[in-house]
Design a protein around this ligand. Structure first.
Ligand SMILES: C[S@@+](CC[C@H](N)C(=O)[O-])C[C@H]1O[C@@H](n2cnc3c(N)ncnc32)[C@H](O)[C@@H]1O
Length: 218
């Protein structure tokens, strides 16, 4: 645990409380309702976009219950994965899942907005599914860039407003009817000197992914 409790404020505090309670439900939803929404197609799209080389050091910020890393491994990627998350409940479930899946996955409890890693240590840093409701998206992106090595690849994805509009009512309690800005891909927060900044549309535009590379000397 590398978290300064006094730094967990605002939206981060609110959502950590929620995620601490729902890990089992989160996984149940993924395995039961997931197939109805063609989630495996989205996972395949994600695996197509993420470029993980053999033995790459890979950090997932907001690893949740580990499903994205399992997906990458299922698609043949053999990186050295590390997961971090704010929620102890999600991490506990993730540890259990990783054991069951026989994936070696060190886990760290921390805040994505103040990552407890040295500069430039990861070949790939990725995030999927939490940033829309981070307290400070800009710091989270800055920290991902800091932790990536030069020419490292960075990926940031989350749901769009379209998912919110099309979701069935059973899911509505988990998605806040917030300002559409909240669901907009945070392209304006990516420093202009990053390389190959690309926005991908996934899942019939119900999810976005931004990918880019960190240049030398940043
Ligand atoms: C919808 S889940 C996504 C989990 C996983 N990436 C996936 O795609 O299945 C969002 C995750 O973001 C985490 N989270 C929320 N705020 C965070 C923060 N400030 N720092 C790190 N993780 C955070 C939550 O605890 C939760 O596990």
């Amino acid at each position: 645990m590398l978290l300064r409790e006094e730094e967990v404020v605002g939206l981060n505090r609110k959502y950590r409380r929620m995620y601490d309670w729902i890990p089992l439900f989160y996984d149940l939803l993924a395995t039961t309702v997931g197939p109805l929404f063609r989630v495996s197609e989205v996972l395949a799209q994600i695996a197509e976009i993420l470029d993980v080389g053999y033995d790459d050091r890979v950090l997932e910020t907001s690893v949740g219950t580990g499903r994205q890393i399992k997906n990458l491994v299922d698609h043949g990627m053999r990186g050295r994965f590390i997961g971090m998350d704010l929620s102890h409940g999600m991490l506990r479930r993730c540890r259990r899942n990783a054991r069951g899946w026989q994936i070696d996955l060190p886990l760290v409890q921390a805040n994505a907005e103040t990552l407890p890693f040295e500069d430039e240590v990861f070949d790939v840093v990725f995030h999927i599914g939490g940033i829309n409701f981070f307290e400070d998206k800009e710091s989270a992106i800055r920290e991902m860039i800091r932790a990536a090595r030069p020419r490292g690849r960075i990926y940031i994805g989350d749901e769009t407003q379209k998912l919110l509009e099309e979701q069935p009512s059973v899911l509505s309690r988990f998605y806040e009817r917030a300002d559409p800005e909240v669901y907009a891909p945070p392209l304006q927060l990516i420093p202009r000197d990053m390389l190959e900044i690309t926005r991908h549309e996934l899942w019939d535009d119900k999810m976005y992914m931004i990918s880019f590379e960190k240049p030398w000397g940043k």
